[in-house]
Design a protein around this ligand. Structure first.
Ligand SMILES: C[S@@+](CC[C@H](N)C(=O)[O-])C[C@H]1O[C@@H](n2cnc3c(N)ncnc32)[C@H](O)[C@@H]1O
Length: 414
């Protein structure tokens, strides 16, 4: 028997067909809006539009791809191994317990997921003001802090610390300044400039700082595996050595370090010390002789940090330490034989955010096509001291494997 169709049931049926279509259209429109939205708000509005899209159409391919891209852009990937780094977390917990006293006003610079701010609240701070330069991260931290029932004693300020004003953003200067804004060589996340500003402008005189000091140290190391990783001499029997000029500084993940089995050839020597309670952005330079205590081959100068959070609570990314921080090795262009007593002279320099290292006598070999009468000198006609500089390597700004990208594109599209 034929189905009886009334005009109202037809209309009902059409609505059922049209509703998903209308939903899909609306989702597409929201994605187009998300792509046009400027990212000057740190991606907040774009994130909201993509969330609305996915609420309407959970399997919207483009919305999922864009949301992931947005997260990768504004939430550096090192946050996750950092938060899983139990040694780091525990050292901060102990230092904060030791140094934050009941009744303290705490300024936590760089809230991230909110861990150090929550540790300060748990240690008895009267109030914790925590600032975060990335709005998406600040927004998530507010949720984390709410979830842990600490919203009453922690205020998240979605701002760069340099833009905070006492009396506007925080009611009074801080008794304690907490920060964890160091990369593999301490300086690359701008800790010196940030803490110089904070200790002068946002903290009480003689305020406590966590970390309170740090130093950079250097050590000679041997590792054929490191050289093979960074400077493969041939591939399928082709000579690749002209490409090695780009591999002066190895930024190694903890996995790379484990795989390369770096062998120390001598003791570590101090390069620079930093007092974070009275920080300064002054540049510095030092020349030191790094010593070998055994035979082998010097392949690289390994540079690492030691950071004292509180008396006897030290975090490090040295050869023996675990943890999420990457490691930095300055490769020699010409590996040298080492024996007990062999020394290598290095000059280290730093500015507010970068480190460079010059290894004496390690100028890159001039190839026949680039010798003193070669194309570079002829083309530029530079005085000798400018074209024949010694080998200077600088560190990139990284924490572990993922480089930071503060600027990012201006919109998701294009
Ligand atoms: C390494 S994470 C640490 C997060 C948290 N304090 C912890 O230890 O788990 C540093 C965070 O600080 C933020 N940050 C770095 N410098 C900052 C500054 N000067 N002002 C505000 N936020 C900053 C970064 O965006 C990042 O989210």
């Amino acid at each position: 028997m034929a189905e009886r169709i009334s005009p109202t049931s037809l209309q009902h049926k059409q609505e059922h067909i049209e509703q998903p279509q209308r939903g899909a259209q609306k989702a597409d429109t929201l994605v187009e809006l998300a792509k046009l939205e400027p990212l000057t708000d740190g991606g907040l509005r774009t994130s909201q539009l993509l969330a609305q899209t996915l609420a309407l159409a959970p399997d919207h391919h483009e919305a999922r791809v864009l949301r992931e891209r947005l997260h990768q852009m504004f939430v550096p990937r090192w946050h996750f191994p950092m938060l899983a780094d139990k040694t780091r977390n525990n050292a901060y917990a102990r230092a904060i317990n030791a140094k934050v006293k009941p009744g303290d006003i705490v300024l936590d610079i760089g809230c991230g997921a909110g861990l150090t701010a929550m540790l300060a609240a748990r240690a008895g701070a009267k109030h914790v003001y925590t600032c975060e330069q990335q709005p998406l991260i600040a927004q998530a931290a507010m949720q984390v802090i709410r979830d842990n029932g600490l919203s009453d004693c922690i205020t998240v300020i979605p701002k760069l610390s340099h833009n905070l004003v006492v009396g506007v953003d925080i009611p009074e200067p801080a008794d304690v300044v907490i920060s964890e804004i160091v990369d593999t060589v301490l300086l690359g996340e701008g800790a010196l400039a940030t803490l110089t500003h904070a200790m002068h402008m946002l903290a009480k005189p003689n305020a406590r700082a966590i970390p309170e000091s740090g130093k950079l140290i250097a050590q000679l190391v041997q590792s054929d595996a490191l050289m093979n990783l960074m400077r493969p001499t041939e591939a399928e029997e082709f000579d690749l050595s002209a490409f090695h000029r780009f591999a002066s500084v190895a930024q190694l993940t903890p996995n790379d370090v484990a795989a390369c089995a770096l062998t120390p050839l001598g003791p570590a020597s101090d390069l620079f010390g930093f007092d974070f309670t009275i920080p300064t952005v002054r540049s510095a330079r030092t020349t030191t002789n790094l010593a070998c205590g055994q035979t082998g081959t010097i392949h690289a100068v390994f540079v690492s940090f030691e950071m004292e959070l509180a008396p006897d609570i030290v975090l490090s990314n040295g050869l023996q330490s675990d943890g999420h921080w990457g490691r930095t090795a300055f490769l020699l262009d010409h590996p040298r034989p080492a024996a007990d007593g062999t020394r290598l002279t290095v000059t280290a320099q730093h500015d507010a955010a970068q480190l460079s290292l010059t290894i004496a006598g390690d100028e890159p070999a001039l190839r026949a096509s680039e010798n003193a009468t070669g194309w570079l000198k002829r083309a530029l006609d530079l005085p000798e001291h400018l074209w024949k500089t010694p080998h200077v390597a600088t560190t990139a700004k990284v924490r572990s494997s993922a480089a930071k990208n503060k600027e990012g594109p201006k919109k998701m599209a294009g």
